[in-house]
Design a protein around this ligand. Structure first.
Ligand SMILES: Nc1ncnc2c1ncn2[C@@H]1O[C@H](COP(=O)(O)OP(=O)(O)OP(=O)(O)O)[C@@H](O)[C@H]1O
Length: 252
């Protein structure tokens, strides 16, 4: 088994909604392994996104700790956390908008140049990734407002991957994509995972979920079950069936 890259101890997240308290994550202990494509599933409202935000340091837990590499991220100041995230994390979240006043390519280069000053290499990588997700040259100079939702989503995926982060956090990365565009996006995620980057993805979509090698099912604020599928192999019907049976058992 690979090294642990993120672990939580008694992780709790409670929201106060109009005087009532909602305990979404409850004393949750879990580990994420380096190099894994971890998928978080569960019913709507179970707390999948809440968990993803906590693991990635986008949101602070109410109680408990999150060890990410050699840092307890819940204890970091906002500035230190921002530096840590920039160095180690890529985010594919629905609400992570691109900057409106910049072209698609510039949006991606701006992220890339935050941690590297090799403009030539960053530009080449950006163009390669854009092409892989199906965004050809014709749209590189367009502004986000001139693109469809699915095109923006694919550009956001490239932006998340440009710095080759240790961990890519993805929340329904294919949510706005049709079948072909979704496959292209998932192929890029599988490819970077095969090269060693860890991925943690929340999804409801079976086609996306079966890319993962480890599926975690969240229920009642804790990890209720897990399924190890092994590395993704294209066209492997057995793994699809194994995932389907696991989800059926979990009551999905
Ligand atoms: N910022 C917030 N303030 C108050 N309540 C919140 C907040 N964020 C999430 N919640 C509540 O916490 C619960 C879990 O939300 P979360 O988005 O993590 O669920 P999810 O499993 O990702 O759901 P879905 O699959 O529907 O996206 C929901 O009941 C939601 O309303």
């Amino acid at each position: 088994m690979n090294n642990v890259i993120i672990s939580t101890k008694k992780l709790s997240k409670t929201f106060s909604n109009g005087g009532t308290q909602q305990h979404v994550l409850k004393n949750l202990d879990m580990e994420i392994y380096e190099g894994d494509f971890t998928v978080i599933m569960g019913s709507s409202g179970a707390g999948k996104s809440t968990l993803l935000y906590a693991l990635s340091g986008m949101d602070k837990p109410t109680l408990g700790s999150i060890r990410f590499l050699d840092k307890n991220i819940e204890a970091l100041s906002n500035d230190k956390l921002a530096v840590f995230r920039r160095k180690n994390c890529g985010f594919i979240f629905q609400q992570m908008f691109l900057l409106d006043n910049m072209s698609i390519l510039d949006n991606i280069l701006t992220s890339g140049l935050l941690i590297s000053n090799n403009r030539k290499a960053i530009t080449a990588r950006a163009k390669e990734l854009l092409t892989k997700v199906g965004l050809g040259e014709a749209i590189w100079s367009k502004f986000p407002s001139q693109l469809s939702g699915g095109e923006v989503q694919r550009a956001a995926i490239v932006r998340a991957l440009i710095n080759q982060p240790n961990v890519v956090f993805a929340d329904e990365p294919t949510g706005a994509l049709n079948s072909a565009a979704g496959k292209a996006a998932l192929d890029v995620l599988s490819e970077v995972n095969n090269k060693g980057q860890s991925i943690i993805m929340v999804t409801h979509d079976l086609r996306s979920a079966r890319r993962g090698n480890r599926i975690l099912y969240i229920q009642d604020g804790v990890i209720h079950g897990e399924c190890n599928l092994g590395r993704y192999i294209h066209g492997d019907r057995e793994r699809h069936e194994k995932l389907r049976l696991f989800l059926e058992e979990m009551g999905w």
